[in-house]
Design a protein around this ligand. Sequence first.
Ligand code: 5AD
Ligand code: FES
Length: 362
Amino acid sequence: MKTKTIIEKLLANKPVEKNELIALLNISNKAEIQELYKAAYQVKIETVGPVAYFRGIVEMSNQCIKDCYYCGIRRSNAEVERYLISEDEVVQTAMWAHAQRYGSMVLQTGERQDNQFTAMIERILLRIRDESNGELGVTLSLGEQSEDVYNTWFNAGAHRYLLRIETTNNKLYSQLHPPDHSFKERVNCLKKLRKLGYQVGTGVMQGLPGQTTADLVDDIMFFKEMDIDMIGMGPFIVHEQTPLANEAENYNAERQFELGLKMIAVCRLFLRDVNIAATTALQALNPTGRELGLQAGANIIMPNITDTKYRKAYQLYDGKPCLEDSSGMCKGCLSKRIDSIGETIGLGKWGDSPHFKKRTDK
Ligand code: 5AD
Ligand code: FES
């Protein structure tokens, strides 16, 4: 079937086959790729509008008990200088974001599951809720935890959680992680989060060694089946100090970037009303990557609000942008970028996905 016909079906919100989505991800003709982005943008305007919501992200710590083969801050990387930002500093940063009218923030760390850590996060959440009068939305991105811990954090004011599934191909998952990392437990965590009332975000990497476009379509089907509210995903980027660097012989930055954009576009066309982030990984591969992400259907931007002095130690992949910049610089820069494509920033709003609203209004 012609790609144009598939795109038309999606624009009319008609059912499509898996093979048709695979065909869209496989498009190589430049004009057809542009048609794909244009259609996704149209659906974005119809469902979430030309508004980019800011989620200021604090990379609070790079301490990590996990050892994923692709990630620059994996516990076996002895070259990384480990840091933990103090509670006071995190709360101050949150209040800075609130004062800038960022409706919402993300607290991200490497994974830790000890009681000291979970109690510290709870205290931070309570302080942010208190000091912002419950106005600043808080999303957590703190990895796999017990249901009890997720519940404690929810009660302390977190209302969204991001936990990427990385890939839904179980076999590939086990090739990318050490044996004690469990795909099943990752899925289980997403279920716990949903049950507790969080808005749930997940995502995958694109262009992983050994990954096919059929795998990516399975990922999209997984997002649909799990009734996911938000998607944060991006192309896999080699980090030289990781085991996966040796397996990425055919790595081509331009192709990775294009696959990243196509995945955003197909997710927008197929899932329609979810929030989709234009992630920093896109900008690592292309100077205007995040704007292009918005133009391919994304509607969320995550300005880095981590103090500049920590940024170099939080490199999950090589070539991460904004390492020398301050939070104020990232704000100005991203505002200009959004302006340049004729969109507005959703200031002072949580910016929940219409998908979440529909699900909870039922
Ligand atoms: N390239 C791209 N994304 C990566 N992540 C970790 N390492 C890399 C890499 N080398 C992503 C993972 C993780 C998120 C925090 O960062 O998807 O869930
Ligand atoms: Fe950080 Fe542009 S987003 S300087």
